[in-house]
Design a protein around this ligand. Structure first.
Ligand SMILES: [Zn+2]
Length: 300
């Protein structure tokens, strides 16, 4: 028993010394998906994600001890940017030599919201960019290009394969983008109400209109007066469908639906997903599900 434990201890001591290859660390699920695609077929390159797959968006996310450990072992850190990772300054001071690649570079950002807001509205008030850029497939292509360039610069030996992977990924995302544009154009309705500011880029890209966003802190429920205000607004807007997200509870949505007769659907912003054996086309699969949901919800 003791001998076995000692062997395990020895193995653990030796592992870091003998583990060949390099590590890319990503900040959250959408960036992880892009990086996994770009690193596909490169055994020497490990892609690790910081936030647990059930974290969702990183709003107000605090780095955990295990995140700091992962960053200390990283050769490159890939982030969404546009303000999603509020901790970037902390990472830069803790790991001054760690290169950080910002996927949002060159992506046209949206500020504030062109929609009715009820509840907390931090982003619009402070004039910060909306960070949910990956929900337009066209933006996702730009993001993949930025990340691929950073990875190829950092690991020149893998550059040909990274470029090849980028080409394949870009072709798939361009096909998805065309499919979404086609599939969501000319629907009888365009207006949606969401419960998180995740969909302005999606709406802008695919001809929808976010009529209202019910901003609330996760876990916080709306006050009765906020709910009443929103119910009135929903009726005034001719009861557009309500879109909840699988990552957040939908208590307010159910109350509102019961009061107004508006229907509830689920849109997935692809901030969570499988942790093991991640399908490389997971983003596309979920975006196609979102398209089908919207086609049904906006058909009358
Ligand atoms: Zn978010």
């Amino acid at each position: 028993m003791l001998k076995k434990a000692f062997s395990l201890f020895l193995l653990l001591m030796l592992l870091p010394v003998f583990s060949l290859g390099e590590t890319v660390v990503t900040s959250f699920y959408p960036i992880w998906l892009l990086a996994l695609n770009l690193a596909d077929g490169i055994p020497g390159l490990t892609v690790r994600n910081l936030a647990a797959p059930d974290t969702g968006c990183l709003h107000d996310y605090q780095l955990q001890t295990r995140d700091m450990k992962a960053l200390s072992e990283a050769d490159l850190f890939l982030i969404n940017g546009a303000g999603m990772e509020s901790y970037v300054d902390l990472v830069a001071s803790a790991f001054p030599d760690l290169p950080v690649a910002d996927a949002s570079a060159g992506v046209p950002l949206l500020y504030g919201l062109d929609a009715l807001q009820i509840g907390e509205a931090e982003e619009a008030e402070s004039g910060e960019a909306n960070a949910h850029i990956w929900l337009s497939a066209e933006n996702a292509i730009r993001m993949a290009e930025n990340l691929a360039r950073a990875m190829a610069d950092r690991f020149p030996v893998y550059a040909p394969r990274i470029t090849e992977n980028l080409d394949g990924l870009t072709a798939r995302l361009a096909a998805l983008d065309a499919e979404l544009r086609e599939g969501l154009s000319g629907l009888p309705r365009q207006g949606i109400i969401t419960f998180h500011e995740a969909f302005p880029y999606f709406a802008q890209a695919y001809g929808l209109k976010v009529l209202a966003v019910v901003n609330r802190e996760p876990g916080e429920t709306l006050t009765p007066s906020q709910l009443a205000q929103l119910a009135d607004a929903i009726v005034a807007l001719d009861c557009p469908p309500l879109f909840v997200e699988p990552q957040y509870e939908d208590l307010s949505a159910r109350t509102l639906a019961a009061e107004t007769g508006a229907r509830i659907f689920t849109l997935d912003p692809v901030v969570t997903g499988p942790e093991d054996q991640v399908p490389l086309d997971y983003y596309e699969t979920v975006m196609r599900q979102n398209m089908q949901t919207l086609q049904e919800a906006l058909s009358d």
